[in-house]
Write a protein that binds this ligand. Structure first.
Ligand code: E85
Length: 232
């Protein structure tokens, strides 16, 4: 997160850190006691390693009472996701067991009605992604509030030039923005997860490249079918 601020500890108890060998790679969030939603592009760095999911954390390094690292029993990328574009950039992770829910670990509801979030709506996004262009990584969860921009503006020739589908949405990226390591985190509007951070052009903080999110509502049935099909 560029030009954001430290989140109030544990006020975003749905936040997950996807880690490889103890290193934060991507964000994610708890959508059910045993399921985390993230971005399919996050698996591009895995090689033959397996993610672990950190829940209940504010600091990545300090001991905290409700922090717990979960192994992943299954990880399902959306069948339409691929490395060449941002379409269907969703990843479902089934934890080895149901997360222990408490004040610091909670499920975040996601939008099921497939209706656009109005432009200028202020939404929140959070993550342990880089906080400077030089790639400085925070120890504690950061957050930022950004206004939604219309798909028409986001698709302008000088912005993302007609690559934003009706299954994506955008927020203004002037200075304050998501960045490397924030992929997979939620875009929360009025307390509901409307989108999942995707890297898009990977540019951060440049108003000419608005931040892109995979809208969740169009995928509600896919998400439900995967969760139901695995000892749901
Ligand atoms: N704002 C959109 C967005 C959301 C999530 C991730 C991203 N960026 C990135 N995702 N993956 C990446 N691998 C390498 N570099 C990256 N961005 C980068 C790095 C240094 C300076 C800078 O200005 C941008 C990214 C960008």
């Amino acid at each position: 997160i560029l030009r954001g601020w430290e989140a109030q500890p544990h006020l975003r108890p749905y936040m997950a850190s996807l880690q490889l060998d103890g290193k934060h790679i991507c964000g994610g969030f708890l959508i059910a006691p045993q399921w985390v939603l993230s971005a399919a592009h996050c698996t591009e760095q895995m090689g033959d390693k397996h993610f672990q999911v950190l829940l209940g954390a504010h600091s990545l390094s300090a001991p905290e009472p409700h922090k717990r690292l979960y192994n992943v029993k299954a990880q399902i990328a959306h069948p339409g996701s691929n490395i060449h574009n941002n379409r269907d950039d969703l990843l479902l992770l089934q934890l080895e067991e149901k997360a222990e829910l408490n004040e610091h670990v909670k499920v975040l509801p996601f939008q099921r009605e497939d209706r656009e979030v109005a432009a200028d709506t202020l939404c929140d996004t959070a993550g342990w992604g880089t906080i400077t262009h030089s790639g400085k990584r925070p120890d504690r969860l950061q957050e930022v509030q950004r206004p939604v921009i219309s798909r028409e503006l986001c698709n302008h020739r000088t912005r993302h030039d007609r690559t934003i589908t009706e299954k994506m949405m955008c927020t203004d990226s002037n200075k304050k923005d998501t960045c490397k390591g924030d992929s997979g985190g939620p875009l929360v509007c009025n307390g509901v997860a409307e989108g999942v951070v995707t890297a898009g052009s990977r540019v951060c903080g440049n108003y000419k490249k608005p931040a892109i999110y995979t809208r969740i509502a169009p995928y509600a049935e896919w998400i439900d079918s995967i969760m139901a099909s695995r000892d749901g």
